[in-house]
Design a protein around this ligand. Structure first.
Ligand SMILES: *Cc1c(COP(=O)(O)O)cnc(C)c1O
Length: 357
């Protein structure tokens, strides 16, 4: 069998969730959208079920996958519902939904509910993607509060630059959020922080935090942060060396000859490529871990294979284990070598079998 695989450490996932909840000090919504950032939504939700206060998904399809797997915890639709047809499903499956646009408020006012609802009303505090403007927010809150079947509402917003630790954007968005919150009834529950804010901006912690990326042990904070040091990588993407060749200096390697040897070079071919989710444009010099020792990618990544420099690894050879990211090599570091993010690399995992440990 092809030796490529992704090992998912569910203990590390639980550790990271507990860290998130401890930092948040309230309840923590475990964000498992996009198949739990490539880690497998059902397996991750089951692993967290005993601990988690609830799960966050992007859409109905993802919520139903969890319900069909027997997950009974609260589930929040972070992108809300897309049309009136979904309202009955929200209700039947006891989902909580984000409401972020005036047209959704209109639909809810026309809905005949048979069950109590929980709605998370989203403010656009400056990201300018989803959310009601500060002017729209309070009227929408009042309209929804007037619906007797809406049992509980949470005020929420989302940050655009919480991973930039010296940028004024996060405190600025927080000030906008607080000023709107001040016009709502005292004690209104709020949810603001994603992973980066939760770890690096303690002033953003409210009743509910919404950790995603950090659950999987990754971050892209641009400065040191004690909480980030406590994360444990959940996914290890690894494969093996399936061929070795010795090249003279001056020989090109792989498609487009993007790398030419500068010395007699021993090249290892690894069974992992961009069809597995490894970034195609990772540059020569991107770190890998060869039998536990730091090494480097050389040459262009192919669909099914990539090449590494074994010249300084005389003990390595056919069958050597190559970690492409994992506990010994942060996925964010690999991502940065191709202008990618850890979000994209994790969520882009394909083809390789996942093993749970
Ligand atoms: C994806 C998402 C999160 C989680 O963000 P991370 O940066 O992965 O922690 C939180 N809130 C909302 C609304 C999201 O869409």
């Amino acid at each position: 069998m092809r030796p490529s695989r992704a090992t998912i450490d569910l203990d590390a996932l639980r550790h990271n969730y507990r860290l998130a909840r401890r930092l948040g000090g309230g309840r923590a919504l475990a964000v498992v959208k996009a198949d739990a950032y490539g880690h497998g939504a059902i397996a991750c939700a089951r692993a967290l079920e005993a601990d988690a206060d609830g799960f966050g998904v992007a859409c109905m399809e993802e919520a139903l996958e969890l319900r069909e797997a027997g997950i009974e915890a609260p589930i929040v639709l972070l992108e809300g519902f897309f049309d009136a047809d979904e309202l009955d499903l929200v209700e039947r499956h006891h989902l909580w939904t984000v409401v972020a646009s005036p047209w959704q408020v209109d639909l809810l006012e026309r809905h005949r509910a048979r069950q109590p609802w929980q709605v998370w009303l989203k403010l656009d505090s400056g990201m300018h993607r989803l959310g009601l403007s500060p002017e729209e927010f309070v009227p929408a809150w009042q309209r929804l509060s007037a619906l007797p079947w809406i049992e509980r509402m949470v005020a929420m917003t989302h940050f655009s630059r919480a991973d930039e630790l010296s940028h004024p954007s996060t405190p600025g968005q927080m000030a906008v959020f607080e000023s709107v919150l001040a016009s709502l009834p005292p004690g209104t529950p709020a949810s603001v922080a994603n992973s980066a804010a939760l770890m690096a901006w303690p002033a953003t912690r409210r009743e509910w935090v919404r950790p995603g990326l950090m659950l999987y042990g990754a971050h892209m904070l641009d400065a040191p942060c004690a909480a980030a040091d406590e994360l444990r990588a959940v996914m290890t993407l690894e494969s093996k060396v399936i061929a070795v060749r010795d090249l003279a200096a001056g020989e090109p390697i792989g498609y487009a000859g993007t790398y030419t040897t500068t010395r007699p070079t021993r090249v290892g071919v690894v069974a992992a490529g961009y069809a597995d989710g490894y970034p195609q444009y990772a540059t020569s010099g991107t770190p890998v871990v060869i039998d536990g020792r730091p090494g480097e990618l050389i040459g262009r990544v192919s669909m099914d294979m990539l090449t590494i420099d074994l010249t300084d690894h005389p003990e390595a050879g056919l069958g050597s284990r190559v970690e492409l990211w994992g506990p010994n090599l942060p996925v964010a570091e690999v991502a940065a070598r191709s202008g990618n993010s850890p979000y994209r690399l994790l969520a882009g995992l394909k083809r390789v079998p996942r093993r749970y440990a």
